[in-house]
Design a protein. Structure first.
Ligand SMILES: [Fe+2]
Length: 264
């Protein structure tokens, strides 16, 4: 099974630039087309939050229209720039989303099980999942502790070292870790939010943050670093699941480079 991942497209209303400088809608088109040009197509695409920038219905209408370029099914989770109820309304035909409450879900229709978690705290930018959400997660994991499982949440549950992203980090990840580390079938925890590729061993599994389709947050580690980003490199991920080989994850950057060249 091939699983595509797009993250943090920050779609805006028609004619509005992201951060006043970047055409995030065009960038999402380019990321989707990039993903579709890979010679094997994903069976499913995951979109790991911040689908839109300000949570507005008109932004979701544009996001839906752009995501319609995907010929395969896709699953969505919300990010801190999404608005829970507008998000739910925009994707009301996505039957896996619950009718009320946090947007936690489990999709069991594929060779890999997909658990979507809503790590958003309405009106705030940091991440957290409350005790009810963790109890739900524990119950779902317990119902099938064997099937290979991918867990998605927008906020990486760790301190990343970039001060202006850690300000909006997942708060108190230990209870989430305590649930996940009880299960050995969690192949990956997939995140967005940090607009860069990151990898960490955590809670007995691997946490992987996907690049954004629109901007890359700059890699600065000093505590007084000021927030900054660039309009690229932008990217997406492709996760290859094979029942014998396990999971293998590729990051693919959007855009042209000189080539192709033969190599030997
Ligand atoms: Fe984002």
């Amino acid at each position: 099974m091939l699983i595509g991942q797009l993250s943090d497209p920050h779609v805006r209303a028609h004619g509005v630039l992201y951060q006043g400088v970047v055409d995030s809608n065009q960038a999402l088109i380019e990321a989707i087309d990039h993903l579709l040009r890979i010679d094997k197509r994903p069976d499913l695409v995951l979109v790991t939050g911040d689908l839109v920038d300000e949570g507005r219905p008109e932004e979701y209408a544009v996001a839906r229209a752009l995501l319609a370029r995907l010929p395969m099914p896709y699953l969505v989770i919300p990010g801190n720039h999404d608005h829970r109820e507008n998000f739910r309304a925009a994707f009301q035909d996505h039957g896996y989303l619950p009718a009320e409450g946090p947007l936690h879900y489990c999709v069991d229709d594929y060779a890999v099980r997909f658990i979507g978690l809503d790590s958003c705290v309405p009106t705030l930018h940091h991440g957290h999942i409350d005790a009810d959400g963790l109890a739900w997660l524990d119950g779902v994991l317990e119902s099938n502790p064997v099937k290979p499982t991918v867990v998605m949440l927008h906020h990486p549950p760790f301190v990343c070292g970039i001060p202006y992203m850690d300000e909006y980090r997942y708060i108190d990840p230990a209870p989430l870790a305590a649930v996940l580390q009880r299960y050995s079938n969690i192949e990956l925890v997939l995140c967005g939010h940090v607009h860069r590729s990151m990898l960490r061993r955590w809670a007995g599994t691997v946490v992987c943050a996907c690049p954004s389709t629109v901007t890359e947050i700059d890699l600065q580690l000093l505590p007084n670093a000021l927030p900054s980003s660039h309009a690229g490199p932008r990217g997406c991920m492709l996760h290859l699941w094979d029942e014998h080989l396990g999971m293998l994850s590729h990051t693919s950057l959007v855009g042209e480079s000189p080539g192709p060249y033969p190599f030997a």
